[in-house]
Design a protein around this ligand. Structure first.
Ligand code: VGL
Ligand code: ZN
Length: 220
């Protein structure tokens, strides 16, 4: 798979930056901390300044969510269970609606972001993806939102690379978007080989793997 560098400028109205789940619970000290997760914030701010279209996502679970180990008697975080829609990794309680852990990092500086999309709000369905929930049926509406606005190219950054970033990038491809993941503006959980698996699935699906310098060096 050869990487094609974006031919569109980030300021092009057909491009959008998707900023995935830069929330306190995924940052050092948080309930489901991603190592070095806070390191992406200054870089995302620099990238964001170049994009006309910025969309932010927030993992936003009700208390007692199906993805929480605490919801299932005898289960521990990082166990896998089988739900009606398939296997589900169980997590520590995280990103509970309107808690501090669910808040976006205060240093995220994206005043021009037009949409904050909250996902994982359904009690009985997890949603790593910003596009389609874990049952692989329920749509968040993001694909329609982007398409109705003439956006056909998305650049994905944030946390966690091997879960919400990867699932969002894969679903962006399936929905027909040109899709790039800006690797150094992401950090991973890396659970049982999940990072390697995520990259092989993304590259096979035609997601392009690039570095922030590939964007920051483009003319505005
Ligand atoms: C995420 C696990 C559970 C993520 C969200 O944002 O990558 N990971 N919920
Ligand atoms: Zn979650």
């Amino acid at each position: 798979m050869t990487t094609t560098f974006p031919s569109l400028r980030p300021s092009d109205p057909r491009c959008a930056l998707l900023v995935i789940d830069v929330q306190y619970d995924f940052l050092p000290g948080g309930a489901l901390a991603v190592a070095d997760g806070d390191a992406v914030v200054p870089l995302i701010n620099r990238l964001g300044a170049q994009f006309r279209n910025v969309i932010i996502t927030q993992d936003w679970h009700p208390g007692g969510h199906i993805s929480f180990a605490s919801t299932h008697a005898g289960r521990a975080p990082f166990d896998t269970i089988t739900l009606p829609y398939g296997p589900q990794t169980l997590w520590p309680d995280h990103c509970v609606q309107a808690t501090h852990g669910a808040a976006l990092h205060a240093d995220l500086d994206l005043p021009h972001a037009q949409l904050v999309l909250r996902k994982g709000c359904n009690q009985g369905i997890d949603s790593y993806s910003a596009f389609i929930e874990g049952d692989r049926t329920t749509q968040t509406g993001l694909a329609g939102y982007l398409k109705e606005r003439g956006i056909d190219s998305v650049f994905v950054v944030g946390l966690a690379l091997d879960f919400c970033v990867a699932w969002s990038a894969l679903d962006a491809r399936t929905a027909g978007f040109n899709t790039w993941v800006i690797e150094d503006a992401c950090r991973a959980i890396d659970l049982g080989g999940s990072l390697e698996k995520a990259w092989s699935e993304m590259l096979a699906a035609g997601v392009e793997r690039i570095d922030s310098t590939n964007i920051l060096s483009l003319p505005l």
